[in-house]
Write a protein that binds this ligand. Sequence first.
Ligand SMILES: Nc1nc2c(ncn2[C@@H]2O[C@H](COP(=O)(O)OP(=O)(O)OP(=O)(O)O)[C@@H](O)[C@H]2O)c(=O)[nH]1
Ligand SMILES: [Mg+2]
Length: 347
Amino acid sequence: MFLFWRGSIRVIKSSTRSTSVQAARLYSAERLEEYDAPVSADDNFTSVRRDEFKSLRIAIFGLPNAGKSTLINQLIHHQVCAASMKPHTTRSACRAVLHTDTTELVFVDTPGVVTTQEVKRLNLESSFQSDPEVAVKKADIVGVLHDVSRSRFRQEISPQVLNLLKNLDSDTPTLLLMNKVDQIKNKRKLLDFVRHLTGENGWPNFTDIFMLSALEGDGVSDLREYLLVSAKPRDWEYEKDTLTDQKPEEMIVRIVRGSLLDVLPEEIPYNLDIQIEYYNVCKDGSINTVVLIDCPTERLYKLILRKITSKLKYIAMNVEQALSKNLQQTVRVKLVFQPKKVISKSK
Ligand SMILES: Nc1nc2c(ncn2[C@@H]2O[C@H](COP(=O)(O)OP(=O)(O)OP(=O)(O)O)[C@@H](O)[C@H]2O)c(=O)[nH]1
Ligand SMILES: [Mg+2]
């Protein structure tokens, strides 16, 4: 077994099941820049012959809060998937797309995999169970995002994740994406985790294994490069420069919800009803939007205002920055909180 370091380890499993650890290919800086360069309107898109087009659909799934959305955002260089420090941020699948001159990567972000008991106990939407299932079935390649920082679960693939893997077509490649390695001081431990995760109580059929820190971006370019190289000759599903299948309004709601999950305590943000009250594209192309946040009770409304007033500007600014980058337009966001009772009284 060989171990090479480049800030990240990539473990490559051979098809004979003997695991060998090889170096991540040392891509030259120029080659990475080729992929990282933002696409400008001047790019000579039409010069690419149609038969050179390639694409790959990648479903990313795993337990709640493992870092799925953060990783996808890093892979596509945009914050189109809402992420937060609380579980169940992603409530239904959405797509995030990356284009190079010839290749399209379509990432499917999914809600964290949950048990039927959790769906009932937490009153989660049916998409929590159906969306990961559909996404992995339709994918060319499947990435299991595994959080190595959770001491209780890091050495095992959870039964609900294993179930999804077992239902895949046997020719669908599966990647083990070991995330949050920044939280592990003794990196040798990671190899122990690999042994357990790929052992007989785990999933011995992983095609490749990546060590990642989605938060710090470590290992992300290697994974992006790997996926670009794995793409299949095929027409694209999306127009060049498309970043997501979400409508702007939907993306705004999701990103606002993610920000509120970060700043509001405990269960409070899960109980908020978030809607677009106003959305207007101005003559210069900039966007003005008002997001209405209904608080279920007067008491909660007052509590939220106490907790949030000083942070409101900061939240709106973060949301505006992410959206302006995604939509390539200035976006002005106003967040309005109100108790539900007030609405019903005024009707
Ligand atoms: N330390 C560390 N934190 C990370 C890393 N990746 C993600 N996180 C954090 O983990 C939390 C959850 O990230 P998300 O991307 O929302 O996780 P998710 O798997 O999409 O979560 P759900 O949609 O709720 O299932 C956030 O606070 C992230 O900043 C990582 O590599 N290292
Ligand atoms: Mg998510």
